[in-house]
Design a protein around this ligand. Structure first.
Ligand code: PEP
Length: 252
């Protein structure tokens, strides 16, 4: 049975005050968030210990990026082992902002996936097409290639530590969301690609990301192949984020 997950990616936003306030409010509601869904906070790396302290075991914590290397003379990098040492469970890999702004190729993404899985953490592989690619009818092909290359070296039991986040680039931070039908169609296609890689496709959580808000989360989370969301902007607003965490259909 695959997990339901709502993960809040704070990107490069936040402060010590925001951690105290936002994590405090979310934790106050922790008991009434969807009991079946895991709630994950993914703050900027320096705030991880503070989030952890404030969350006091009520929320899972992730990191937005790790190095493709294990350790050594790589100034400015943070390793997957360090994230594990800090108590993180999840690592975002290949977010479209990393691909676009920092030139991360599928090969780099694959190396990072390797590091994350070796360290025993769960990798959240982010994939998604640009608007031009969608308009050209290439969306499924682009996403399939990102999955096949990014997860090429995943083996056997490691699949239990893989989550895929479908995030159409044109929907991230733009206020435009894929319709629930379009998102469902892509999620079903992603499961087929995973099946083709001999992965336990039915067991792998596939999240949707891209302008998810309190008012569109329920429609998205009702789709059979959408197992939750990766939330950017709305994860910085306590009310919105809490509503999104409660948007799964009853009994899901
Ligand atoms: C994201 O950054 O992963 C994201 C989905 O952002 P937003 O929700 O702001 O579109």
């Amino acid at each position: 049975m695959r997990r339901k997950i709502v993960a809040g990616n704070w990107k490069m936003n936040g402060s010590k005050d925001l951690v105290q306030q936002l994590v405090g409010v979310i934790c106050d509601h922790a008991g009434s968030l969807d009991a079946g869904a895991e709630v994950v906070i993914i703050p900027p790396a320096p705030y991880i210990p503070l989030v952890q302290q404030r969350a006091d075991g009520k929320l899972a914590i992730g990191v937005q990026n790790v190095s493709q290397w294990q350790s050594g003379a790589y100034t400015g990098e943070v390793s997957a082992e360090m994230a594990r040492d800090l108590g993180c469970w999840y690592v975002l890999v290949g977010h479209s902002e990393r691909r676009q702004l920092f030139g991360e190729s599928d090969e780099v993404v694959a190396r990072k996936i390797g590091r994350v899985l070796e360290s025993g953490l769960t990798a959240v592989l982010c994939v998604g097409e640009t608007l031009d690619q969608r308009d050209a009818g290439e969306a499924e092909q682009v996403v399939a290639a990102q999955i096949q290359k990014g997860l090429a070296s995943v083996t056997g039991e490691q699949w239990s530590k893989v989550v895929v986040a479908y995030e159409p680039v044109w929907a991230i931070g733009t206020g435009k969301t894929a319709t629930a039908d379009d998102a469902q169609a892509m999620h079903a296609a992603i499961r087929k690609v995973l099946e083709g890689m001999n992965a336990p496709a039915e067991e792998i959580s596939v999240l949707y990301g891209g302008s998810v808000k309190a008012d569109n989360a329920a429609a998205l989370f009702s789709e059979p192949d959408i197992d939750g969301g990766l939330i950017g902007g709305a994860s910085l607003k306590a009310d919105e984020f809490i509503s999104i965490c409660r948007a799964f259909p009853a009994g899901a």
